[in-house]
Design a protein around this ligand. Structure first.
Ligand SMILES: C[S@@+](CC[C@H](N)C(=O)[O-])C[C@H]1O[C@@H](n2cnc3c(N)ncnc32)[C@H](O)[C@@H]1O
Length: 245
């Protein structure tokens, strides 16, 4: 999979990909990341990428011309590749909130182009000029799209085949199956009077799986009942039957 990131700070992306799991994904050949400097698509001596907003107001707005030129250039380059044109993603607080289901969908694509905004945002005509998958990291405002692009990149890298040592590790995780994960324990068996639940020491795999499922349901009900409700609504809509036994 190739992920191209259109940004004012390409080194941020390069540095991130040089560490941890994204680096492993790159070394294993599952992922290639290319940071593309937006300033490389300007034509003036100052390499201008922004200007004041029409209508007044604070801050600066990213110009549409360098962004559209960059996207068109990258897509033209992609035209000769077997992966085909990239799926365009704009990181914006106005986008749909990113979740694990969306990450899985994106991880299945051969090529992504991530656009990171800055300052007050991006000239609206970038959005109007071509279709974008508009995604948000959450209901808060970042100074730039890079942390959102990196979060997305990190989440995708660990879903790519062959990247994590044990493929099971990404299957029994929070948000898979609309549940939060059950608690984990490791050595020692007792810490400051807190013992590891007996069932985890029992060696009874069926009982352990049952316990984990129960804990998962319990913690999701307590903390994120919305996940269960959304799941139940989806299930009812598609199969006409309730999900929670
Ligand atoms: C300071 S923000 C612009 C915020 C904009 N003025 C608003 O009120 O919606 C600059 C850039 O950071 C990125 N950004 C900020 N918050 C984000 C979020 N929650 N999710 C994804 N990207 C975000 C976007 O690329 C945005 O263009």
């Amino acid at each position: 999979m190739l992920v191209q990131v259109l940004t004012l700070f390409p080194r941020l992306i390069d540095d991130f990909v040089a560490h941890g799991l994204p680096r492993i994904a790159v070394e294993k050949g599952a992922l290639a990341v290319q940071a593309v400097d937006l300033r490389g698509f300007t034509h003036d001596v100052h390499r201008t990428v922004d200007d004041r907003p029409f209508g007044g107001g604070p801050g600066m707005v990213l110009l549409c011309a360098p962004i559209v030129a960059a996207v068109e250039q990258l897509e033209q380059d992609a035209a000769t590749q077997p992966s085909g044109p990239p799926h365009r993603v704009m990181l914006t607080p106005r986008g749909r909130r990113l979740d694990q289901r969306k990450l899985r969908e994106l991880a299945a694509r051969p090529r992504l182009l991530l656009l990171c905004g800055h300052y007050e945002g991006i000239d609206e005509r970038v959005r109007l000029a071509m279709p974008w998958d508009e995604l948000s990291l959450g209901d808060f405002v970042l100074s730039g799209g890079e942390p959102a692009a990196l979060a997305l990149l990190d989440g995708i890298a660990r879903l790519l085949p062959g990247v994590t040592g044990d493929p099971e590790s990404t299957v029994h995780e929070s948000f898979e199956d609309d549940l939060l994960e059950a608690p984990h324990y490791t050595r020692p068996r007792e810490f400051r009077g807190m013992a590891v639940p007996e069932v985890l020491l029992s060696g009874d795999h069926a009982a352990i799986a049952r316990w984990r499922r129960e804990q998962s349901l319990l913690i999701t009900k307590e903390r994120r009942a919305d996940l269960l409700q959304a799941r139940a609504a989806r299930q009812a809509a598609t199969e006409g039957k309730p999900w929670i036994e």
